[in-house]
Write a protein that binds this ligand. Structure first.
Ligand SMILES: [Zn+2]
Length: 125
């Protein structure tokens, strides 16, 4: 697949998780070295999970996941429902409602307000 870097627009390189991490997860990594940006794929796939992310965006995406995932992982929500509500909150189309697609501002919006939108705080622990 042809994937371009989010930041510089140059074509991203691609290597296996084994080459990238030194461990074989069966997935692949698209990367741009000059921008320190990358994104993985599902196991056995060459379709990126989203757009390439630099260090700052990777940290924001992981925080956004920490806000969203508990709702379907351990608070009894259906995963689809959580993402439908997330799309409502973000004003994004279903195909664009993935943390892997979100930019810095969108991740920040999730972190800042999604729990309040859900009217149900995330249980800790
Ligand atoms: Zn780049």
């Amino acid at each position: 697949m042809n994937v371009n870097c989010t930041y510089c627009g140059n074509p991203a390189g691609c290597m296996s998780s084994k080459e990238w991490y030194g461990r074989d997860y069966g997935s692949n990594i698209y990367y741009c070295r000059p921008c320190d940006a990358y994104v993985g794929t599902h196991k056995g796939s060459f379709t990126p999970l989203g757009t390439l992310a630099n260090k700052e965006l990777r940290a924001l995406r992981s925080k956004a996941h920490a806000v969203i995932d508990p709702y379907w992982r351990r608070m009894g929500y259906n995963r689809k429902t959580v993402y439908r509500l997330l799309g409502e909150y973000m004003g994004t189309a279903p195909n664009d409602t993935h943390i892997g697609m979100f930019n810095n501002e969108q991740c920040q919006k999730v972190i800042d307000g999604f729990q309040a939108f859900m009217k149900k705080p995330v249980k800790t622990g």
